[in-house]
Design a protein around this ligand. Structure first.
Ligand code: PMV
Length: 330
């Protein structure tokens, strides 16, 4: 028996970050988070359940992968197999539209596409919250790549209560995210490993205790399209997360000299009256955010900086979607 389906999803950028878990296996996060899907970047994944396979197989951007990457795919497939009550192994082929090794995290789009393709291949009619829960098993932030537009992930306390929902559609606010690539080096410490270190920082407790307040302010700024409040809270949240990272044992320094150069430039441009702010994930690259009306001015300024490799422009992206499912054979 062979049953196949394909699906795609966008990665997302968090405005209020997820860092640290209540439960590392189920990826129940320490705090709720809020993000925007990134149109212009996507992962496309095909899942083929095949009774002739002895074990799950993963092909990522044309290369067979084993170890941790395959184990995470198998963990997601195991949940699907449990729901469908079968034991069949699967061949998973996944491709990113953006070049690998650019430092753009692809696990969110990868596991969202995997959850949707796998559920479709098995003919499971899962709700959006159920797909979001499933995507979360492979990568926490993948839960936020299932719904479209601007998305909030309620931390919850267990598998059923921890999932993401859309709070505003793609057309709600024409925010632009310029991803400024400083380094294409692979992350020294993956975010999965990083989450496990979060509680070793004496600052994590304070960051988590204040997270709902920041989330409420960020949601309000977004729903009121108040960029100056938005920028203030997004930068605070990003810097709090990096403060936790840098004060963990062992410490995690994701910033490179070029990261600070862009932070400083963004602060200067804001002093000059440009509506712009920054946020940084688990790597040295900087996401420079602005309203669409400022995009040309911000792009011009960014291209004048010396230490950058390239710039990608993203706008709000839609939900994960199915790419022509096929089911064949018996
Ligand atoms: O989903 P993960 O394990 O790759 O963690 C994502 C962590 C950050 O990107 C740093 C923050 C976030 O909320 O996306």
């Amino acid at each position: 028996m062979i049953s196949t389906a394909a699906a795609a999803a966008h990665p997302n950028i968090a405005f209020i970050k997820y860092w640290g878990n209540q439960d590392h296996t189920l990826r129940i996060p320490a705090n709720s988070s809020l993000s925007m899907n990134l149109d212009g970047l996507e992962t496309r994944t095909t899942v083929q359940f095949d009774t002739s396979l002895a074990a799950d197989q993963l092909i990522l951007n044309g290369e067979p992968r084993e170890g941790d990457a395959l184990a995470r795919v198998t963990a997601t497939l195991d949940q699907l197999r449990r729901l469908a009550e079968l034991e069949t192994s699967a061949l998973v082929k996944s491709e990113n539209s953006f070049p690998t090794g650019t430092g753009i995290a692809s696990s969110a789009s990868a596991f969202a596409a995997l959850a949707l393709a796998g559920a479709t291949a098995l003919g499971l009619c899962l709700s959006e919250p159920e797909l979001s829960q499933l995507a979360r098993i492979g990568s926490g932030s993948a839960s936020r790549s299932i719904p479209g537009g601007f998305v909030e992930w309620q931390a919850g306390t267990d598998h059923e209560s921890s999932f993401a929902t859309s709070i505003a559609g793609t057309d709600y606010w024409d925010l632009v995210d310029f991803i400024v690539l400083i380094s294409s080096q692979h992350k020294a410490v993956s975010s999965s490993q990083g989450h496990q270190l979060a509680d070793t920082s004496p600052l994590q407790g304070a960051r988590v205790a204040d997270a709902d307040r920041r989330l409420d302010l960020c949601r309000k700024a977004l729903l009121e399209r108040d960029f100056s409040l938005f920028g203030e809270i997004v930068e605070l949240d990003s810097t709090l997360m990096h403060s936790v990272m840098m004060t963990s044992t062992p410490p995690l320094y994701y910033w490179a000299p070029g990261t600070l150069e862009i932070i400083t430039a963004v602060q200067e441009w804001r002093e000059e009256g440009v509506q712009v702010c920054f946020t940084i994930d688990a790597g040295p690259n900087v996401h420079v955010l602005c309203p669409g009306t400022e995009a040309e001015a911000v792009k011009r300024r960014l291209t004048s900086l010396v230490n950058i490799k390239s710039i990608l422009k993203c706008t709000p992206g839609g939900p994960a979607w199915v790419l022509g499912p096929e089911t064949s054979g018996v």
